[in-house]
Design a protein. Structure first.
Length: 289
């Protein structure tokens, strides 16, 4: 059992440690400390060196840059839920994670890098086509969240890299209606049984110009498929009802729930039906409850 831990003073030292020792970053520790716990009041032991990164200012800050929202990997769920710069579904997902005490510690970087298929933030982030910025001593690269999340608990993060920030591109024109729903056992401190984030854009002529939907906890990966979404794009909003059965069947085909498949499939169907039918009938723009 390795017990080496580092507290780098800046990014340069953190990246050097990452390359030379393979130290694994700890941000809020709410996944890592729990996964390696040894009992109440006993310090966890890790099978690799670790480095604490929560003190590094370079991982902080939520900014608007060239119309895109940049969220530092070390931003906590609480910082995200109260930021007006962050798109509504991401704020909403952050606000429903754990309890307040968890949201004060848990970071977006940890949620994304832990790569759990039940993680909440990647669902709206994937729907919004988010990209990630990764740094190593060799330089910086960007990767789409979709390519980063390789599988359950598997990412494209290299052993010498750190996640620096999550970048959310601007959506133009803005979505007409948005939906986010998390289903858990309780209101607080519940891991998602299912989550769904959806958005639709309807132009002034009543044509659907964009539609997106991502499902969490409905398979080994977050489910999103552009070809299925395109079944509802380029049609008058009034034609949604007749397209609904074929669309819902196709969407069902991208889900792969292992536990409680009937519940997860039928709940997803009902949420999508509700969202799309409300979008047809509701006169004002905004968030659908
Ligand atoms: C009681 C409880 C309730 C929870 N409820 C929820 C919930 O409702 N929804 C949900 O999605 N999750 C939930 N979680 C899981 C966890 O809190 C989240 O996944 C959280 O966002 C992890 O962030 P962290 O900063 O604590 O990660 P850490 O535990 O510090 O790290 C997690 C992983 O990310 C890596 N990592 C962290 N930062 C970086 C970086 N900058 N670069 C590269 N790798 C990095 C670490 O090395 C590690 O592999 C819960 C956990 C607990 C204990």
């Amino acid at each position: 059992m390795v017990e080496t831990s580092y507290i780098p003073k800046d990014l340069e030292e953190a990246l050097r440690l990452r390359k030379e020792t393979g130290a694994k970053p700890i941000a809020g520790g709410t996944d890592l400390m729990v996964a390696h716990r040894r009992g109440t009041g006993v310090v966890p032991k890790f099978p690799w060196p670790v480095m604490i990164v929560s003190q590094l200012a370079v991982f902080k800050g939520i900014r608007l840059e060239d119309g895109e929202v940049s969220i530092g990997a070390g931003c906590t769920c609480h910082e995200i839920e109260v930021s007006e710069l962050v798109p509504w579904p991401v704020r909403m997902a952050a606000s429903l994670m754990g309890a307040q005490s968890l949201r004060n510690l848990a970071t977006i970087g940890g949620n994304v890098c832990n790569a759990s298929p039940k993680a909440d933030l990647p669902v709206p982030l994937l729907m919004l086509d988010a990209r990630l910025e990764l740094a190593s001593v060799s330089g910086i690269r960007q990767i789409s969240l979709n390519d980063f999340l390789v599988g359950p608990k598997k990412t494209a993060l290299r052993d010498d890299e750190l996640l620096m920030r999550v970048i959310i591109p601007a959506v133009n024109p803005a979505f007409t209606y948005l939906w986010y729903r998390k289903i858990g056992t309780r209101r607080a401190n519940a891991i998602s049984k299912l989550s769904l984030c959806a958005a639709i854009t309807i132009d002034t002529e009543g044509m659907v110009t964009d539609f997106r939907s991502a499902s969490g906890a409905a398979g080994p990966r977050i489910a999103r498929n552009r070809m299925v979404e395109e079944m509802l794009i380029g049609i008058p909003i009034t034609d949604i009802e007749e397209r609904l059965p074929a669309f819902l069947d196709a969407y069902d085909g991208i889900l792969a729930p292992q536990a409680m498949p009937e519940y997860r499939r039928s709940s997803t169907r009902r949420m999508l039906e509700h969202f799309l039918r409300t979008a047809v009938t509701r006169p004002a723009h905004g968030i659908i409850e």
